[in-house]
Design a protein around this ligand. Structure first.
Ligand code: HPA
Length: 246
């Protein structure tokens, strides 16, 4: 079954029925929240809110290993991760979506691997590309089918947070080639790859990154989050419906 990891603005999904709730534990500890099996008009998926119910977990405090392993325990093989991000490049604009193509890691101190030679055998997974191309193509096709425009060549820089960036930090990220900035997706994507899951990130641009536009970032987030999440909902509806057919 499809697994959906919800981010900021998607701690719960409206208009679907929760048909099962599972409190899981893993060798890495407990996931951010109980997993919910959601029934859509067509199809079902497992849902896990990354920041916990009520959005209480900061990005660096999320137990990414427990979250990924919990989804695996539920039999999930394909994961669509939703992430609210800041826009560095001119497109996508706030309220628009990107299917992230590549990543740069600026995080530190997060438990970021299952395969460090202590808890599990040491492995050096390949991570180029970081997202399974076939799975990304399927998500892109679903977006096209439901009329949601996606930028598909976005590079996401993942910062430590929870504070937002300085303008100089964003200029540096832009020089590095980042077109988006967010605080999650890593180590989540790497752990999913270690676990053998197909994983893709659907990013919702909710604000212009620091120093790239006038005005308060929080006001921008408030203004664009809902429109962006409405589009995410459409993509999910199509994707879950298709998974039901497969
Ligand atoms: N920076 C980092 N993470 C974010 C941002 C941002 O501007 N907006 C949403 N998540």
């Amino acid at each position: 079954m499809l697994g959906v990891i919800g981010g900021t603005g998607l701690n719960e999904i409206e208009g679907v029925q929760v048909v099962e709730t599972r409190r899981l534990s893993t060798p890495w500890g407990v996931p951010s929240a109980p997993a919910q099996r959601l029934r859509w008009a067509r199809g079902e998926c497992w849902f896990l809110p990354r920041h916990g119910q009520g959005h209480t977990l900061a990005p660096h405090r999320i137990n990414y290993r427990a979250n990924v392993q919990a989804l695996q325990q539920l039999g999930v093989r394909q994961v669509l991760a939703i992430a609210a991000v800041g826009g560095i490049a001119a497109t996508p604009r706030p309220g628009e979506l990107a299917l992230v193509e590549d990543l740069i890691d600026y995080t530190w101190g997060r438990a970021h691997t299952f395969a460090d030679g202590v808890a599990g055998p040491l492995r050096h997974i390949e991570f180029a590309p970081p997202f399974n191309p076939e799975w990304r193509s399927r998500v892109a096709a679903c977006a096209e089918q439901c009329g949601v425009d996606l930028v598909t060549d976005a590079v996401l820089g993942v910062t430590q947070g929870p504070r937002l960036e300085t303008a100089a930090e964003i200029r540096r990220l832009a020089r590095d080639g980042c077109t988006l900035v967010g605080m999650t997706t890593l180590p989540e994507a790497a752990l999913a790859t270690e676990a053998g899951l197909d994983y893709a990130t659907l990013a919702v641009v909710v604000n212009p990154a620091a120093g790239t536009a006038d005005g308060s970032i929080h006001a921008a987030i408030e203004a664009s989050l809902e429109a962006g999440m409405a589009q995410v909902h459409r993509v999910l509806t199509t994707l879950v419906g298709q998974s039901a057919q497969a």
